[in-house]
Design a protein around this ligand. Structure first.
Ligand code: FPP
Ligand code: ZN
Length: 328
């Protein structure tokens, strides 16, 4: 049987229309049920558009206005939607959107930058870990978001680097991977956040990269997809968490790129557009972004280069002068 187009080609125009349409469904129930993820959703959609070379599909002024409308002037962070409590997950997405739109300068112009930096630094605990917000949940995801945000803002020198790096290393496990906190099991998403934070903090020399590389490449299954942990199913978003980590530790060629690329393409919806977590499932903007970003790391033709540490177009990261050394 001959493979169909959606099994061999990335359907760029269809995915662009899919993301554009998400922006117009403001009367739908789904739109109102997902306000807690809106800032992240805008970041995922915009990043995918940038990598596919169609960033202008979302209006720049409207994006900047939306981001600014989510600022919490009480504590200096960003929420996911106007009047929502601020959280480091939405704060990083807000900063990433401004970076992609070359608009980080508005933070300084509006006198928001110093309170924003103070908000991020206030999330660090005495042990070096980070909380996501004032309510206190700690996770290496929040540490990564804080470190990446400070780097994008050019304020990394305000961070206690040693305390931060020591905490990440304590979250490392005997199998070479990393978990969400000390003693927690290895998980590819947590490997990404720990490795990317170490990359930003120029401390990857403290990691046994061969052991970690083995754990990561063992995530590839016979169908070409990657899973997040042993015994779990493949999922398109792990194309990002695993591949970007392999790129940062310069072991990108330890997995079968052709099989992974075919797996990501097979999870596209050839009618409605978008990419799902695995073939025949419902698509969403999260998996669309990480599928497209994964293909970019694999050097898929026609896509812009993505930065594995910041999950932003390489051009944006280079312009800010914060790029690290990777394997492409
Ligand atoms: C898996 O999540 C993914 C992670 C644990 C990493 C998430 C990282 C961030 C939110 C930081 C921001 C990231 C970027 C790229 C800017 P999951 O809950 O889906 O795991 P599961 O597959 O085990 O359910
Ligand atoms: Zn997923």
């Amino acid at each position: 049987m001959q493979p169909t187009d959606h099994e061999t080609e990335l359907l760029i125009p269809l995915h662009v229309s899919y993301i554009k349409a998400l922006d117009t469904k403001v009367d739908s129930l789904a739109y109102h049920l997902t306000t807690h993820l809106r800032m992240n959703g805008v970041y995922w959609g915009l990043t995918a558009l940038e990598i596919m070379g169609e960033p202008q599909v979302l209006d720049k002024d409207q994006l900047v206005r939306f981001v600014l409308s989510c600022w919490d002037d009480q504590n200096g962070g960003f929420g996911s939607f106007p009047n929502h409590d601020s959280h480091i997950l939405s704060t990083l997405s807000a900063i990433q959107i401004l970076a992609m739109k070359d608009s980080l300068h508005v933070l300084e112009e509006r006198g928001m930058k110093q309170t924003l930096v103070s908000f991020i630094l206030s999330l660090q605990t005495p042990s070096g870990s980070f909380q996501g917000d004032k309510w206190g949940e700690e996770d290496t995801r929040f540490l990564y978001c804080s470190v990446s945000a400070l780097a994008l803002l050019g304020e990394l020198d305000k961070l206690d680097r040693k305390r931060t790096v020591d905490h990440i290393l304590r979250c490392g496990n005997f199998d070479g991977g990393f978990g969400r906190r000390e003693g927690a099991e290895s998980h590819s998403g947590q490997v990404f956040v720990c490795v990317a934070a170490l990359s930003i903090l120029e401390s990857l020399d403290k990691v046994d990269v061969d052991k970690l590389g083995w754990w990561l490449c063992e995530r590839q299954l016979d169908n070409g997809g990657l899973n997040g942990r042993p015994q779990k199913l493949e999922d398109v978003c792990y194309s990002w968490w695993v591949l970007s980590s392999l790129s940062m530790i310069k072991r990108l060629d330890w997995i079968n790129a052709e099989k992974l690329s075919a797996f990501i393409l097979s999870a596209q919806d050839p009618e409605g557009g978008g990419i799902a977590d695995r073939p025949d499932n419902v698509t969403d903007v999260f998996h669309t972004n990480f599928g497209v970003a994964g293909l970019s790391l694999l050097g898929y033709r026609g896509l812009k280069q993505v930065d594995p540490t910041y999950c932003l177009p390489s051009e944006v990261v280079q312009k800010l002068g914060i790029e690290r050394d990777y394997q492409r």
